[in-house]
Design a binder for this molecule. Sequence first.
Ligand code: SF4
Ligand code: SF4
Length: 330
Amino acid sequence: METKPKLAMYWAASCGGCEIALVNIHEKIFDVMDSFDFMFCPCLMDTKYHDIEALADGSIAITFFNGALRTDENIHMARLLRQKSQLLIAFGSCAAEGCIPGLGNLSSRQDLMDRIYRDSLTLDDHQGPLPATSTGVVEGNLTLPEFLPVVKTLGQVVAVDYSIPGCPPESHQVWNCVNAVIQGHPLGAKGAILGGGRSTVCAECVRTRTEKKIRTLYRTYEILPDAETCLLEQGLLCMGVVTRDGCGGLCPRVNMPCTGCYGPPEGVLDQGAKMISALGSMLDLEDAGEVNVDDYARRMDVLLEGIPDLAGTLYKYSLAGSILGGKRTP
Ligand code: SF4
Ligand code: SF4
């Protein structure tokens, strides 16, 4: 009997949007099913981990791995799927860069647990139990994976063959990747970012740019920007200047600033630091009056007060994978 190459998709620390991106290829999913034995996807089917462990090494043709690595279970699955897969693809921003789960690296484990299980305003019992790796109950012992001190990207733990950027990846990018494999076309040099360009979102943005001088920074709900002019010039913190192109400038097209989901562009290691550097040359500090470092610093503070969660804005997707990595916590 003819056997089809195996396709797997794993969900680590992420929201599930990546699975939706795969399903959003719509009827082309039938082409995927014709060409692959889609044999592992915890959110769709009940394949057990021991079924994966029993496979010969390299017997899965492609694994799409979405999600950051937050628990020891995520790390185990990253290593296991690396061993069993010919191609391991970091699927989406969480796997490639840590994304929103990576912002957990700004807090200690204890702070995160307290925030969720003790301090949340919606709780009745603020002294309730915290999750534990082992909990005895009358029926026996219940176990949970260990919640690790920091979130890691897939590439920080195992070798990754390719990445598909985006939060979530766009379905046509997913299809282009799958179809290339179906057709036997090469995916590009190892390590390539599939569907990503070599420039920035600004390069594919249709808005008019002049000299960028920002006198006030606004949050998106505070102004209705005009539809033609660069959003950054209008005071909205658009990350397009420090974000890899490839999406077609989707967000600025609908009057929303780019939040950076394609990650840093070619040659940039730290998207947040690059944006700080860019802002340094764009923020208009003339109101500082005399040329005095303290005046400039004060004016800079006033400008940045317009963005209450600066770390979460500049590193929304890339903190875990950045040089900064997070905040040192106990
Ligand atoms: S900063 Fe944003 S709005 Fe301005 S050109 Fe770049 S992508 Fe477009
Ligand atoms: S414009 Fe920015 S945030 Fe929006 S899809 Fe493109 S890369 Fe992602």
